[in-house]
Design a protein around this ligand. Structure first.
Ligand SMILES: *Cc1c(COP(=O)(O)O)cnc(C)c1O
Length: 415
């Protein structure tokens, strides 16, 4: 593998090989990561990367687009089928630019957006002060209820009445509960606001029919294609027909230049995979595995945020184990478990060393892990974090993890 690259650029080839090795040998629990199929990789590595095609299928600024038109139309049609969308734009380069384009498609600078507080699971692009969007739009933040772990819908209604937002935004990066889109839509209707869902994390579970689908109900829905949807790194916008031309114009020429057709081809391949019956099973297994991991960690007195998980991820406060999020992440790294440190709701600590860690099941579910393996993972995590000084134990766990991951081969054909 990488024959030409190894000859022409051995340094890059070596880093790629080492990364393949790393992915094969660790337990990957970052909830936003996944492993694409080799078919997706082939589309990504194709000659489509050479082609300029500003515009949309059948209506381009460049000649020679007959093949990329087929590719992009297939991606659009399959996404429509997958989510029941009226209109789809598959050109967004990633989740963040998809959100930016979505805001500009339906809002004007200065408009008020009601989105979730970052420490309660919202995303940076939902108005964090460090982002450029926070200087253009007026973001107001709602929170979850501490007792139930659910979105505080009563408070959301109150805030909507008080702030009269143009847009109510749901969809999160670190929130583990289901969303009542119907209720959000009712609140939006009551104050005359538009509705947007950012399903970046849970798109694959929705496509697999295992979580509520906001696409039929909401004005606009954005997503990444590389998280649970298991496609290439990228973004996508779905909307009601009435927003179609505004969305397309906001993506190109509003925000972006030429579309990345190799990436769009890989999206189409992933969507076809997600339309197969096996993908429904995959989505269901993601949820079962998250439950298995949750139950094991609860047994060991880990503190699960938002009470429980109803999706693919767990946000855990590790301070009752006398660790910070960063310490926990580093310890798990040592034994071969990859996760990320994360803020917990109203975290008193700082983002670079917060109180929590975030764990997710999509990637290892792709590798074939089921409940039994995730119970083992729960035990590995517990032993590691409860014995932070025990190097011998860490070495032993690392060995056990190597043996376990070896039983679930990843990309054997790429070795
Ligand atoms: C991951 C994520 C994004 C951003 O996606 P990128 O591809 O990293 O730009 C946006 N919104 C939510 C909710 C996400 O989880």
């Amino acid at each position: 593998m990488l024959t030409n690259l190894s000859q022409n650029d051995p340094k890059i080839a070596k880093a790629i090989k080492n990364e393949l090795n790393r992915q094969q040998n660790v337990i990957e629990l970052i909830p936003s990561e996944n492993f694409v199929s080799t078919a997706v990789l082939e589309a990504l590595g194709s000659v489509l990367t050479n082609k300029y095609s500003e515009g949309y299928p059948g209506n381009r600024y460049y000649g020679g687009t007959e093949n990329v038109d087929i590719v992009e139309q297939l991606a659009i049609d399959r996404a429509k089928q997958l989510f029941g969308a009226e209109h789809v734009n598959v050109q967004s380069l990633s989740g963040a630019p998809a959100n930016i384009a979505a805001y500009f498609a339906i809002l004007k600078p200065g408009d008020t957006i009601l989105g979730m507080d970052l420490s309660h699971g919202g995303h940076l692009t939902h108005g964090h002060p460090v982002t450029s969007m926070s200087k253009i739009f007026n973001f107001i933040r709602y929170k979850t209820d501490k007792e139930t772990g659910l979105i505080d819908y009563d408070n959301l209604l109150q805030m909507a009445k008080e702030h009269q937002p143009k847009l109510i935004l749901v969809g999160y990066s670190a929130y583990s509960r289901e969303i009542d889109y119907q209720k959000v839509k009712e609140i939006a209707d009551e104050v005359g606001a538009l509705t947007m869902a950012d399903i970046a994390h849970i798109a694959g579970i929705i496509a697999g029919g295992k979580m509520n689908n906001p696409v039929l109900l909401f004005d606009i829905v954005t997503t990444t294609t590389h998280k649970t949807l298991r496609g290439p790194r990228g973004g996508m916008i779905m909307c009601k027909e009435k927003w179609a031309s505004q969305v397309d114009k906001a993506v190109f020429p509003g925000l972006q230049g030429g579309p990345h057709e190799h990436n769009i081809a890989a999206k189409a391949v992933a969507f076809k995979e997600a339309l197969q019956p096996e993908f429904k099973e995959y989505a269901g297994q993601i949820l079962k595995n998250a439950k298995a991991l949750e139950n094991k960690l609860k047994e060991h007195n880990f503190e699960i945020m938002f009470v429980t998980t109803e999706n693919h991820l767990l946000l855990i406060d590790v301070t009752n184990k006398n660790l910070t999020g960063k310490q926990a992440q580093d310890l798990l790294d040592k034994v071969g478990i990859t996760c990320n440190k994360n803020m917990i709701p109203d975290d008193p600590r700082k983002p670079m060393d917060p109180s929590g860690i975030r764990l997710g099941t999509p990637a290892m579910t792709t590798r074939g892990f089921k409940e039994a393996e995730f119970e083992l993972v729960g035990d590995f995590i517990t032993q590691t974090l409860e014995n932070p000084e025990d190097d011998a134990l860490h070495q032993q766990i690392k060995q056990e993890i190597l043996e376990l991951t070896g039983k679930f081969p990843l990309y054997p054909e790429l070795n």
